[in-house]
Design a protein around this ligand. Structure first.
Ligand code: SAH
Ligand code: SF4
Ligand code: F3S
Length: 456
């Protein structure tokens, strides 16, 4: 049996694509391995959203080539994902030991590409038309037994946020047929999955370009109607495109969890305008009001970019004040990183760059404040009983299991791994910045197995 090692950087799209690669390669006799030194095929699924993740590729390849040189068997090394799409042939030129470079659209043909790469270097970074693109339906063999699963609902992005490389690396937006999405959801539930996370770069525009297709709200209702789906999450939602029908879904669908990741990027209208986000601070606040009205316990998280070209102290203060107003439960915050070919580079040419030490100081200030607020939000839960969907053993302590609440808080509590996949009522005893500790309300008793009850 051949073995494949895949290292995944980047977002849920890449995690999902990695799963599809594993599934397709399994059909060709590849078993997954966690040890790169053991692998016949090494794949790195890359991200180019900022400079730092892109750099990870280069150090990773150093390791992979060392193994390739010393191995007593043929080792194929492949670069997939967004850096592959962006750099293409340049990677093959720079690294003579590299066998295969392919972009996200080429994932479905991985088996034939790997075979061809045994003879000569292979490059596939073509974007497919809507008619030719295939959303693979195979399920990741490595995800067996998982409680939650990602399901892709679209690929690409038609927005042109000026900082963002994704439209270049993932191409135009395509919606996956809802019938296929629902089939995948049914298959996952049959395999024990309880929580479905619908993924896309801009889920709110799902289906809009396809005559007769469900829109995003209708898709949420359809997924909620699949028996066995106990929780639904989705990411990422663009504030401009979230409609009243999705807000209404928070009233109607108990399966829709009380957590929403709604990237705002900045609290300053001037910066939002230059980012071409097409909403204002007030518009964002109004949307959050409507959502809170529909679901008062909704926990919001967001993404923030500091140091966008031209960002003044005042602009940054506006971002901090938005954090104070909305008290995001968590946020991902980044220093602006110029990406090749993006419109924001023009702003840099006009000498609007924020000095690196200023951007760094802003990032630290934002993150320090966020940490305090995250802890305060979590402390509100101390003494309360929360419902946790058990995901498995805690990474740190024996006899401790973990899982998430509906609003996405990680809870660690004493329990039995056999509880994985079931709901536990847990009293929160201690809050930390990124997790909670608790005690189960009732001792867990294993349900009798069907065969045991048949003989009883
Ligand atoms: N589609 C999602 C975002 C995907 S990228 C959306 O529209 O919200 C994830 C996050 O990376 C973005 O929300 C943004 O905060 C950050 N990001 C993207 N490009 C960046 C860049 N050039 N520099 C710094 N952060 C960036
Ligand atoms: Fe990038 Fe904007 Fe598309 Fe998100 S919506 S992927 S930030 S272009
Ligand atoms: Fe990175 Fe590509 Fe996702 S750039 S964030 S892996 S879409």
């Amino acid at each position: 049996m051949k073995r494949v090692f895949v290292r995944t950087f980047g977002c849920q799209m890449n995690v999902y694509d990695t799963g599809k690669m594993r599934a397709l390669l399994a059909q060709d006799g590849y078993a997954p391995t966690d040890d790169m030194a053991d692998a016949d095929l090494v794949i790195v699924n890359t991200c180019s959203i900022r400079e730092k993740p892109e750099q990870k590729l280069h150090s990773f390849l150093g390791e992979a080539f060392a193994i390739k040189r010393s191995a007593d068997r043929l080792v194929t090394v492949a670069v997939a994902g967004c850096v592959a799409q962006q750099e293409g042939n340049k990677l093959l030129d720079r690294y003579p030991q590299l066998d295969l470079v392919f972009g996200p659209d080429a994932v479905p043909s991985i088996v034939s590409m790997v075979r061809a790469a045994q003879d000569q270097p292979v490059l596939d970074t073509t974007f497919l038309d809507a008619d030719d693109y295939v959303f693979t339906s195979e399920l990741d063999p490595d995800a067996k037994g998982a409680v939650g699963a990602f399901v892709t609902i679209q690929k690409g992005c038609d927005n042109k946020c000026t900082f963002c490389i994704v439209p270049t690396t993932r191409g135009t937006e395509l919606s996956r047929p809802s019938a296929q999405i629902l089939d995948e959801v049914r298959g996952l539930v049959a395999g024990g999955v309880r929580e479905i996370t619908l993924i896309g770069q801009n889920v709110n525009s799902y289906g809009l370009k396809v005559p007769g297709e469900k829109n995003f709200a209708a898709l949420l209702y359809a997924v909620a109607a699949v028996p066995g789906v106990q929780r639904i999450r989705y990411t990422t939602s663009h504030p401009r495109d979230m409609g009243a029908d999705v807000v209404q879904a928070y009233r109607d669908l108990p399966q829709l969890t009380s957590q929403l990741h709604l990237p705002v990027q900045s609290g300053s209208d001037a910066v939002l305008r230059r980012m071409k986000r097409f909403y204002t601070r007030d518009g964002y606040l109004r949307l959050v009001d409507q959502l809170m009205d529909a679901r008062p316990d909704l926990a919001l998280s967001t993404d923030i970019i500091v140091g966008f070209p031209g960002e003044t102290d005042e602009d940054f203060e506006a971002t901090l004040s938005l954090l104070e107003t909305l008290r995001f439960h968590t946020s991902f915050s980044f220093k602006f990183s110029p990406r090749p070919g993006t419109p924001a580079l023009k702003l840099l040419e006009r000498d609007e760059a924020v000095a690196p030490e200023v951007a760094q100081a802003r990032l630290v200030r934002f993150q320090d404040r966020q940490r305090v607020i995250s802890l305060e939000q979590n402390r509100l839960l101390e003494g309360q009983v929360v419902e946790v969907l058990v995901e498995g053993p805690s990474r740190h302590d024996a006899g401790v299991i973990c899982g998430r609440t509906g609003d996405f808080k990680m809870v660690n509590f004493p329990g039995d791994v056999a509880q994985t996949g079931s709901f536990a009522q847990v009293r929160v005893t201690r809050a930390f910045t990124n997790s909670l500790r608790g005690e189960p309300l009732r001792p867990w008793v294993a349900a009798p197995s069907p065969s045991a009850s048949a003989t009883a």
